[in-house]
Design a protein around this ligand. Structure first.
Ligand SMILES: Cc1cc2nc3c(=O)[nH]c(=O)nc-3n(C[C@H](O)[C@H](O)[C@H](O)COP(=O)(O)OP(=O)(O)OC[C@H]3O[C@@H](n4cnc5c(N)ncnc54)[C@H](O)[C@@H]3O)c2cc1C
Length: 420
């Protein structure tokens, strides 16, 4: 820790985004404290696959690999997908992507959120099996890689369970007072507390967006035919339905539905649920022969109107909450991590204060524009494919056919989704 016990960064929220950021900055030699309200739930191989899974793009995987956590995630439980098929319930045409066309082994990987968070928490020195966090030397795992690094890795300070009660966002430093009275002083504070970020509110940052009035119903299902390592998505007027291939041969479904319809689907008995799901999916993989319990998540678009206030910034879902139809929320959050890491390293190399306004504005410029563009794009897709108005139906049939046949456009879409 630098003079007067000042940290470089306080990160609030140890979800995938906050956890990856804390690990990345500590690895780069920054002094970091990570404040988390709830100890992450343990991931255990003997437990069934958690209902919350994400499709991670290549650049997200590369970040986790660089942080030395990907191997443990992949060894635990990961479902790579090599193909993607997207089609529409109301119009002909299909959009197809194949990893082989890009010279890759996989287009992405299906991973449990809990496993990503668990792997990061463990690497940070946390203990998700009931002990007190923060006791292990988080630098140990990356010692070999760090030899050429400009600053030696540091050991992040984990504060959990803990929350920020007050922030003094001063000209020279930010001081966070935790609910137990602990005071942390740093050059910079990053709020990565997810969509309901209370720090975003404390900082007076408004957001724009809309409530989709939809819920994403999730479950794991067994299908009559193999999922063929393919991520499938069918657009229908109520919302898209995705089947994502799990490593154990089942599919994880994300079924976006108008709220009342989601409530009805959640209440169905298993046999009726499987019958309706099979029908909604065009029986593309045959009948649904088994299904897990179900859960549902409300869907909203929320875009923070700014990412920076003084020495405090937003990252991940705290800054941008998007519709899951493109499977990009966590991928965008990891891109925030990569951008911020590069910007802070550059600032340090140039001898700048890492919490200076011009440094943080660069992060905001780079990330807010990309995140907003992506979120607006997903929102437009939701509006176009969620409508059953006749002119729009014609338009989307043409759009799907065009996208599938115009090779450069298709390559661009595949690259954007893969994070290249
Ligand atoms: C149905 C569904 C499907 C999805 N599919 C995909 C997908 O395929 N691909 C993809 O990339 N994304 C997907 N997403 C989005 C993805 O899940 C999120 O973008 C991602 O989990 C956000 O991570 P985060 O770390 O920003 O926030 P969170 O995961 O919400 O983590 C926030 C952390 O902050 C902590 N916290 C909260 N408040 C406080 C506080 N006051 N003080 C301290 N700590 C606090 C929480 O306990 C938590 O640990 C999907 C989302 C949904 C709903």
């Amino acid at each position: 820790m630098s003079r007067h016990g000042e940290l470089d960064a306080i990160i609030v929220g140890a979800g995938a985004v906050g956890g990856a950021l804390a690990l990345a900055l500590a690895r780069d030699g920054f002094e970091v404290a990570l404040v988390e309200a709830r100890e992450p739930k343990p991931w255990r191989a003997e437990d069934d696959v958690d209902l919350r899974v994400v499709a991670l793009a290549r650049d997200a995987r590369d970040l986790l690999d660089d942080l030395d956590v990907w191997t443990s995630i992949a060894d635990a439980r990961v479902g790579p997908y090599r193909h993607m098929r997207v089609w529409d319930a109301l119009a002909p045409g299909e959009l197809a992507f194949d990893a082989a066309d890009r010279g890759e082994a996989a287009l992405g990987w299906i991973v449990e959120n809990k496993l990503v968070q668990h792997a990061l928490w463990q690497a940070l020195g946390g203990n998700t099996f009931g002990g007190s966090g923060g006791s292990r030397d988080a630098s140990a795992g990356w010692l070999a890689k760090s030899i050429a690094a400009p600053a030696p890795p540091t050991k992040p300070r984990l504060l959990c369970p803990a929350e920020v009660a007050e922030i003094e966002n001063g000209a020279d430093a930010v001081v966070a007072t935790l609910t137990d009275g602990t005071r942390l002083r740093a050059k910079l504070l990053i709020a990565a507390e997810g969509a309901e970020s209370s720090l975003r509110t404390k900082l007076g940052i408004a957001f724009e967006g809309r409530d989709y009035r939809q819920r994403a119903v999730v479950a794991h299902v067994t299908t009559e035919r193999s999922h063929e390592n393919t991520a499938w998505q069918r657009f229908q007027p109520g919302g898209p339905l995705a089947f994502l291939p799990l490593a154990d041969g089942r599919c994880s479904i994300v079924w976006s539905l108008p709220e009342a319809e989601a409530v009805r689907i959640l209440a169905l008995d298993d046999a009726a649920f499987r019958a309706e799901l099979g029908c909604a999916f065009d029986f593309r993989l045959g009948a649904i022969t088994a299904s897990s319990r179900r859960a549902a998540f409300p869907l909203r678009l929320r875009l923070a109107e700014k990412y920076v206030v003084g020495r405090c910034i937003l990252a991940g879902d705290a800054a941008h909450l998007v519709h899951p139809l493109a499977g990009q929320g966590m991928n965008l959050g990891f891109r925030d991590v990569r951008a911020l890491r590069t910007i802070l390293r550059d600032a340090r190399e140039r001898g700048c204060d890492i919490g200076a306004a011009h440094v943080l504005r660069r992060y905001e410029r780079e990330r807010r524009s990309e995140n907003t563009l992506a979120a607006r794009g997903f929102d437009m897709i939701e509006r176009v494919f969620g409508s059953d108005a006749a002119p729009i139906t014609v338009l989307r049939a043409r759009a799907l056919a065009m996208l599938d046949h115009v090779a450069p456009l298709k390559r661009f879409l595949a690259a954007a989704a893969a994070g290249r």
